[in-house]
Design a protein around this ligand. Structure first.
Ligand code: T46
Length: 141
């Protein structure tokens, strides 16, 4: 479904000097899955790091409408980081990616569109277990 494991996307937006900016994305057109759930994270103290998990099947798109958040992505072999510091940047993350989210500014907001309902069984919250999944070939790319 999500062929690349993660990538950023520049979201379509309309800016008006007097009225501001409107940004949008649509299932299947701008992101490669149907959205079943939206959630958002706020009131995070500056410097706090959340995440530390991967998903077995879930695909998501992360975006930051306010503030600055660093997302570190780990496929079990290599790590990359992506800065969400503009409301028009989306980060699509496929399954099998260990992620952390570092809130670099106070009051930053992380919004997420997800391909499925919440299911704790889809989470891998132990890093050694994640590496075992990677080495077992669970995610065939
Ligand atoms: C992810 C990153 C980007 C729910 O009950 N329903 C939900 O839809 C979600 C997302 C979470 N929860 C519960 C599970 C935990 O008891 O809320 C609590 C906090 O969740 P968690 O510690 O997993 O939050 P983060 O910020 O570490 O991770 C979240 C998402 O859980 C995760 O899927 O990829 O944001």
């Amino acid at each position: 479904m999500v062929k690349k494991m993660y990538y950023t996307v520049e979201l379509t937006n309309h800016y008006d000097q007097e009225k501001g900016r409107l940004t949008f994305f649509e299932s299947r057109r701008d992101i490669p899955f149907e959205i079943k759930r939206i959630y958002y994270i706020n009131s995070v103290p500056q410097g706090a790091i959340r995440g530390h998990h991967a998903h077995k099947n879930l695909k998501q798109m992360l975006f930051c409408p306010f503030g600055k958040i660093r997302i570190v992505l780990d496929d079990g072999k290599m790590k990359h980081s992506v800065l969400l510091d503009t409301p028009t940047r989306g980060l699509v993350i496929g399954d099998g990616i260990w992620r952390t989210m570092e809130f670099l500014t106070d009051n930053a907001v992380l919004c997420v569109a997800a391909s499925d309902y919440y299911d704790e069984n889809d989470y891998i919250r132990d890093y050694n277990e994640f590496i075992n999944y990677v080495e077992s070939g669970y995610w065939k790319r």
